[in-house]
Write a protein that binds this ligand. Structure first.
Ligand code: NI
Length: 136
């Protein structure tokens, strides 16, 4: 038997502001630039969720795509789509919503919903050219 990776794409729009509350406004804009704009800005986030494991001998599935789709919808899309991450979500009330931190939060939310013997990786695109992968 060979391991196979099953991938599912998802998309959400969200606003954020990169900001370290321990720093002055000047320090924040020096480090985060336009991303620290006090009035927030939006991104079209693209998410790829990768689940790896051995296909089940009965079904031939690593994971049921329909279930994976529902998990992503419930845990990620419905939670973050059209939200202001800093103001509207519990997850980023005290966590700076960088692409790195968003990817880790998403991984944790999905991880609990997927069989423990399966490997999970998430790739999050913040722009067409900038994306992060977790775990590294
Ligand atoms: Ni940004």
């Amino acid at each position: 038997m060979h391991k196979v990776t099953v991938c599912r794409k998802a998309h959400f729009n969200a606003a954020h502001r990169l900001y370290n509350p321990e720093w002055s406004d000047d320090q924040n804009s020096e480090v985060f630039g336009k991303c620290s704009n006090p009035h927030y800005h939006g991104h079209n986030y693209d998410l790829i969720v990768k689940v790896s494991g051995y296909p089940d001998p009965q079904t031939g599935y690593v994971v049921d795509m329909k279930k994976l789709k529902d998990i992503i919808h419930e845990e990620v899309t419905s939670r973050f789509d059209h939200k202001n991450l800093n103001l509207d979500t519990e997850e980023f009330r005290r966590v700076n919503p960088t692409a790195e931190n968003i990817a880790v939060v998403i991984w944790n939310l999905i991880r609990d919903q997927i069989d423990q013997e399966l490997d999970l990786k998430v790739i999050l695109f913040e722009t067409e050219r900038n994306f992060v992968e977790y775990p590294a």
